[in-house]
Design a protein. Structure first.
Length: 387
């Protein structure tokens, strides 16, 4: 017989955004009953999230500190004409760790996994098995809304975690190795040394289309491994996908497409960096915002998160303009030059850029000098973005 579940806040979607909101409420509002409704068997799915230490403010570190699986004090980048080590902390969170912390922190009834959602309103969630969750407020954190309302490029990737026979020689994360052959847009390899014989490698492309060629990407990763003499014992995990790079679009139409008058967070709310596609910094800020909210009713949550997402969208026109320049002004096989030039800039500017908090001076500095793309195309991209 169908059941009705009651709670103060229902969170639809157990990815990073939804999980952080639940953890924030558990810490700051222990009197608040929460239900996290997730279609998969565990919270977080099969994902790896990485972030720079400067992405999270000191006031919000309590949210992510228990989740960190790995940390390093420096990271590297490499381009055909420029290599650099940046002294900035870098961290990774594994979905297994996120799931474990959620189960340690929240009561068992709070995690409703393997539950398909049919519909969500500001105060109720209808499940495919006939059950219903009635809440003071609902926050929808299920993936993207209608991306067709936005002008997009794509960042597509395949990540593979290897167990090696012998120790590798990667001392710290290689966030971008663009010395590889430039194929299908701006391409780079990404490497994380988890342990002496554990290494995560990702083949990433800033591409005009969203369809990853998985077999070709596997082959290129294998070639990268072979060229460095690493002997693979086994592949422990794989993760592939495509995430949006936003060049422009109608924010209000996108928000409405995710559900009228329903509070939203994460990618569904448009809360991710337009150029890097990073969502963790925004997910942390959103969770902290909800945890401090005085009114957790459906309408109040909608208004709070709509204002937050709208304000964030308006503040990030600069990044959308840069994304437009990257995709419209640079030839696909020359896009790496834009990033190569960027990584010659001041490390603090780079850190603020990734955190989505570039200052006015930062923006002038990024745009100063001769652009590494044809000037006519750069101007046309800027004008197109301004429309």
């Amino acid at each position: 017989m169908p059941s009705i579940h009651h709670c103060d806040v229902a969170i639809v979607g157990g990815g990073l955004a939804g999980a952080l909101i639940a953890l924030g409420l558990a810490k700051k509002r222990p009197d608040c009953t929460v239900r996290v409704i997730e279609g998969g068997p565990r919270i977080g799915g099969n994902h790896l999230w990485s972030f720079f230490g400067s992405d999270v403010s000191a006031a919000d570190r309590w949210l992510v500190a228990p989740l960190v699986s790995y940390g390093w004090s420096q990271y590297d980048v490499a381009f055909p004409a420029h290599e650099r080590t940046l002294r900035s902390p870098y961290y990774s969170i594994e979905s297994e760790r996120l799931d474990a912390v959620m189960r340690e922190t929240l009561p068992p009834e709070a995690l409703m996994t393997k539950r398909k959602v049919l519909a969500a309103s500001s105060k109720a969630v209808v499940l495919a098995d006939g059950d219903r969750v009635e809440a003071g407020g609902v926050i929808d954190c299920r993936g993207p809304a209608d991306l067709g309302l936005l002008e997009l490029g794509w960042q597509k990737f395949l990540g593979r975690e290897f167990r090696l026979h012998e120790a590798h020689d990667v001392a710290r994360p290689m966030v971008m190795d663009a010395t590889v052959e430039q194929i299908d847009g701006y391409r780079f390899m990404y490497a994380l040394p988890f342990a002496a014989t554990r290494l995560f490698l990702e083949d990433t492309y800033y591409s005009d289309d969203h369809v990853p060629d998985i077999e070709a990407m596997k082959g290129r990763i294998d070639d990268y491994v072979a060229a460095r003499g690493w002997q693979v014992e086994r592949v422990q995990r794989e993760e592939a996908g495509s995430i949006a790079v936003v060049l422009g679009g109608d924010f209000d139409a996108y928000w409405q497409s995710g559900g009228n008058k329903v509070a939203k967070a994460g990618i569904r709310a448009g809360l991710f960096h337009p150029l890097t596609s990073y969502s963790l910094p925004d997910a942390v800020r959103t969770a902290a915002l909800v945890a401090k909210a005085g009114d957790l009713s459906g309408n109040a949550l909608h208004d709070l998160l709509y204002r937050h997402a709208k304000r964030t969208w308006k503040a990030r026109g600069f990044y959308r303009m840069l994304a437009a320049m990257l995709f419209h002004a640079a030839e696909p096989d020359q896009r790496y030059r834009v990033l190569e030039r960027f990584y010659r800039l001041d490390p603090k500017l780079i850190a603020r850029f990734y955190a989505g908090q570039s200052t006015h001076f930062d923006r002038l500095r990024v745009l100063s000098g001769k652009p590494p793309v044809p000037i006519g195309r750069a101007v046309a991209a800027i004008r197109r973005n301004a429309k």
